[in-house]
Design a protein around this ligand. Structure first.
Ligand code: MLT
Length: 266
């Protein structure tokens, strides 16, 4: 693990393997260890970079809202510091919102895109209200009630019943997120822009992956992105909810490695 300081905020990251650079962005309220199984697999042939977003994992928090643009800027500065001019950029859920923001602002630095269990639309008014309520809960009671309410939506019922060690890992990962970091991210997601208009401008190869039973970013959101991005393919993974990359590692990694083999720059 290493750190970079961005406007006085310490950001933790890993830079593993060698080959074409692949940068993977985690969701809320997780950290870069969410990509453990992908880093292990991809680092055999690629340079895999993961970071903890500010306010998550081992990175420091900064006053909110943590906008998707701010996080995209952090990614660009990390790539600068690592002398990486262009990379495959991939993100799950909030990481996907940041991936689209990164594409909007730094498209010449993107060789291909990976959009996982995410969507292009902004929050609805109802969604914003849910986030406001969650912020109040975190202020009053910390992360535990939020984590317990989220867990059943993150993992498929079969995962919950058959893989208690994975449930524990995910729960503990979320509980480690600093309350102030989670609040700042919720504020940032609530004010994020709709990126739907950007999709038709995406010219790089794009892999979209969705868990068939994801209640947070339903498959229809992925289908929309697939229809709008001309050079895209969509893979829907069965028996997976919102965290398809940890629930169905084999299918997920196979889809990604197949896609990367076909992308330019390999
Ligand atoms: C995530 O997994 O990053 C979040 O569920 C995204 C969101 O709350 O919109």
């Amino acid at each position: 693990m290493a750190y970079i300081s961005i406007d006085g905020v310490r950001i933790a990251y890993d830079d593993v393997g060698s080959g074409p650079p692949v940068l993977l962005l985690h969701g809320y309220p997780f950290n870069r260890s969410l990509w453990l199984e992908q880093v292990t697999a991809l680092a055999q042939t690629c340079r895999v970079i993961t970071l903890d977003f500010r306010g998550h994992g081992q990175s420091e928090s900064s006053p909110g809202p943590t906008t998707m643009e701010r996080l995209a800027q952090d990614v660009a500065l990390l790539l600068d510091s690592l002398a990486v001019s262009k990379a495959v950029i991939g993100g799950i859920s909030m990481g996907g919102y940041v991936t689209l923001s990164f594409y909007r602002h730094f498209r010449d630095r993107v060789s291909s895109l990976l959009l996982v269990d995410t969507r292009a639309q902004a929050d609805t008014e109802e969604g914003k209200q849910v986030r406001a309520n969650q912020i109040q809960t975190i202020r009053a009671e910390g992360m535990a009630p939020i984590v317990d309410a989220m867990l059943p939506k993150l993992l498929h019922p079969e995962t919950v019943s058959k893989r208690p060690e994975l449930v524990k890992r995910i729960r503990e990962m979320m509980l480690r997120t600093a309350p102030e970091g989670a609040i700042a991210a919720l504020e940032g997601m609530a004010i994020r822009s709709d990126q739907s208009d950007l999709l038709r401008e995406v010219t790089v190869p794009t892999l979209i992956i969705a868990g068939r039973d994801d209640p947070i970013a339903p498959v229809t959101d992925s289908e929309r992105m697939h229809h709008a991005i001309s050079d895209s393919r969509l893979v829907v993974i069965d028996k997976a909810a919102h965290l398809s990359n940890v629930e169905r590692v084999e299918e997920f990694n196979q889809a990604v490695t197949r896609f990367l083999d076909l992308s330019p720059g390999r």
